[in-house]
Ligand binder design. Structure first.
Ligand SMILES: [Zn+2]
Length: 87
């Protein structure tokens, strides 16, 4: 038996994947774990070519870049206005 009081709780938890797969494992992690890719849907295990973006990571990145560009354009416009006002 492990020594009392020095080990983290090692409990049964569920790991949920973005593909819908759920499996049980044991972990010291509190609560369930949510992952974006697992052995059921990773191309290495399925042997099929596919876009690994089940959880919409590419879409999230594109949105982030679009927001950054919009912010840059607004800053540039503001600078132009300031320059015009200074003349
Ligand atoms: Zn999966």
């Amino acid at each position: 038996m492990p020594k009392e009081g020095i080990h983290p709780k090692y409990a049964n938890i569920h790991v949920k994947c973005a593909c819908g797969n759920v499996f049980e494992t044991r972990s010291t992690n509190k609560g369930d774990i949510v992952v974006e890719i697992c052995a059921q849907c990773h191309p290495f295990f399925t042997g099929k070519q596919k876009l690994v973006d089940t959880a919409g990571r590419v879409e999230r990145f594109r949105r982030k870049v679009a927001n950054a560009d919009a912010g840059k354009a607004a800053t540039a416009a503001k600078a132009e206005t300031a320059k015009a006002a200074a003349k």
